[in-house]
Write a protein that binds this ligand. Structure first.
Ligand code: SF4
Ligand code: SF4
Length: 177
């Protein structure tokens, strides 16, 4: 009889402990983010989608040499005499081969960087072609993709932009804090 009552008391205590945990959790503020209607902004050093500013690029090729995945291509503009000028005619990154190492950003000699990681993590693709992001004069920082069916450059269809220009990429250059 005593052992039976002891078991009942032990079970009742276990139930009370469980209810106490439930009660504490019930009054705590929720930390769940209702994605995609609510979005978190990652830390500034997060390596998100690569952005690029074709208007400031000199087509020096340092980022091409630094890229360990050989996924960057750049073509310089030429003048009427056929001589190379320090401006980019086009620039492309194959995001399907990119390993998000940031070597391109670090090798770029300019401040702010001409190519840099944003904090945008909403990167998805509908096709292999979409993984190759291209920039030409007049294109946005996010770049465009070549639609082979239309034979035209279009906005990346699968990407939802969180933040095109992260706060660390201001006139003082990138911040490393
Ligand atoms: S992040 Fe690394 S792999 Fe990707 S383009 Fe830049 S250098 Fe290449
Ligand atoms: S992005 Fe920077 S490193 Fe790359 S070609 Fe342009 S200026 Fe040179």
């Amino acid at each position: 009889m005593i052992s039976y009552l002891g078991r009942v008391a032990g079970d009742a205590w276990a139930v009370c402990k469980g209810l106490w945990v439930t009660l504490k959790t019930l009054v705590k503020p929720s930390i769940t983010v209702q994605y995609p209607t609510e979005k978190l902004t990652p830390e500034p050093m997060f390596r998100g989608v690569l952005l690029y500013d074709v208007e400031r690029c000199t087509a020096c090729g340092l980022c091409v040499k630094a890229c360990p995945s050989a996924c960057i291509s750049v073509q310089a503009q030429v003048n009427e005499a056929g001589k190379r000028v320090p401006k980019a005619a086009w620039y492309a990154i194959d995001l399907g081969r990119c390993n998000w190492c940031r070597m391109c950003e670090e090798s770029c000699p300019f401040k702010p960087k001409v190519v840099w990681h944003s904090v945008d993590y909403e990167l998805c693709f509908f096709s292999r072609e979409e993984m190759v992001r291209c920039w030409k004069p007049g294109f946005p920082l996010l770049g465009k993709v070549h639609d082979v069916r239309k034979d035209a450059f279009v906005d990346p269809p699968a990407q939802i932009v969180i933040q095109e220009v992260p706060a660390r990429h201001d006139e003082k250059g990138p911040r490393w804090d």
